[in-house]
Design a protein around this ligand. Structure first.
Ligand code: NCD
Ligand code: ZN
Length: 364
């Protein structure tokens, strides 16, 4: 079986900075990717619109230039969101939107994930001038939707977790206060979030990663497969089932690919584990595996259409750019995911880190 699809867009990924960026971008190009939304949680963060990089922050302009020079020039789209910090003002948003450089902003819960220390509480932003300016200018808000500063036991248990709390308490308030704000609920992991997005107006969409469609907390814990450790953490079977329903519902327009591929040269350390799964080189294969596990036959017209919608069409439509006219192909065949050698050190892709093979293979 062969799948021929338009080249797809990864609407949430991490390309980092420095010597390894070219390797990460190449891994994306090698997996049929036509463009990306490159996250601004660099060090320092992407916290300004234009001008040269400074010690306290990159600008969207300077970081985009860095990525283009490392290979992103050939992408059909490159979106770098602005990292929302205490320094972000309504004026920055308006000027950024007028300049054409600012298309999206990223909300990080303070200390909620890798390089999220510049984020601020959602409560400090709701009703404020920054969100008002974004609403007026049509700038998309990309949200890492987890309640910040919870204690260990409250971060996750069987009844609730940081994400369900955020979607039950913060999101309704955000939508009510900013009814026109365009929102992408990023890397959603729970039934609560999936149902929230499905019921929300059409200007609210969501990305879902391959790991959250494929795996659960059980996969992570059995054998402590730390390459599967990312934030938000993989959840329970009912959550995975709800995510699978979301992406395989006929005609759905809200859910699209965003891998959250996040390379770490050091995952496990003496005092913990870096959050982030690397799926460069293998994301469409993993997504295809997830769709099949969800019961779809990708050789059928219906299965093919649903997969294409999620991987290649919905994201561009939501962000307002054309789907790719180029194509790529995958075939049903087992394949391995080798270590990615980079100048910064080797990166372990998720399937290799979990000791798993892919059941799809990328074709040249
Ligand atoms: C990301 C990273 O490593 O930059 N990690 C992750 O677990 N997903 C940050 C993020 O998007 O949360
Ligand atoms: Zn991310």
């Amino acid at each position: 079986m062969t799948l021929t699809l338009p080249r797809w867009f990864d609407l949430h990924t991490h390309f980092r900075q420095g010597s390894a960026v070219a390797s990460y971008i190449k891994a994306h190009l090698d997996m049929g990717c036509a463009g990306a939304l490159a996250m601004p949680n660099t060090q320092p963060p992407v916290s300004r619109i234009s001008g040269a990089a400074e010690t306290d922050g990159w600008s969207i302009e300077s970081y985009s230039t860095e990525l283009r020079a490392a290979g992103a020039e050939v992408f059909e789209q490159l979106i770098v969101p602005l990292y929302l910090t205490r320094q972000t003002t309504a004026e920055i948003i308006r000027e950024g939107a007028v300049s054409g450089l600012l298309r999206a902003c990223k909300y990080y819960p303070p200390h909620g994930t890798t390089n999220a220390e510049h984020g601020l509480p959602m409560d400090d932003l709701i009703g404020g001038e920054v969100f008002q300016a974004m609403e007026e200018c049509g700038v998309i808000l990309c949200i890492h939707g987890e309640q910040h500063a919870l204690s260990g036991p409250d971060y996750i248990d069987a009844q609730q977790n940081a994400e369900t709390l955020f979607y039950k308490e913060r999101m309704p308030q955000l939508l009510a206060t900013h009814p026109k704000l365009r929102i992408v609920c990023e890397h959603i992991t729970t039934r609560v979030a999936a149902e929230f997005v499905a019921a929300a107006p059409n200007h609210v969409g969501a990305t879902i990663t391959p790991q959250h469609l494929l795996y659960t907390l059980g996969h992570l814990i059995r054998g402590l497969k730390y390459h599967l450790y990312c934030l938000p953490i993989v959840k329970f079977q009912e959550d995975r089932a709800a995510l699978r329903v979301a992406v395989t519902t006929t005609g759905q327009t809200k859910f699209f690919a965003g891998t959250d591929s996040a390379p770490h040269t050091t995952k496990a350390t003496a005092c913990g584990c870096a959050a982030g799964c690397f799926t460069g080189g293998c994301a469409p294969q993993l997504y295809a595996m997830a769709f099949e596990e969800a019961g779809l036959d990708l050789s059928s017209a219906e299965g093919h259409a649903l997969f294409e919608r999620f991987l290649c069409l919905n994201g561009p439509a939501f962000y307002g750019f054309p789907a790719s006219a180029q194509r790529f192909q995958m075939e049903k065949a087992t394949s391995q995911t080798p270590l990615l050698e980079t100048p910064a050190g080797p990166i372990t892709p998720l399937p290799l880190g979990m000791g798993l093979e892919l059941t799809w293979r990328m074709m040249e």
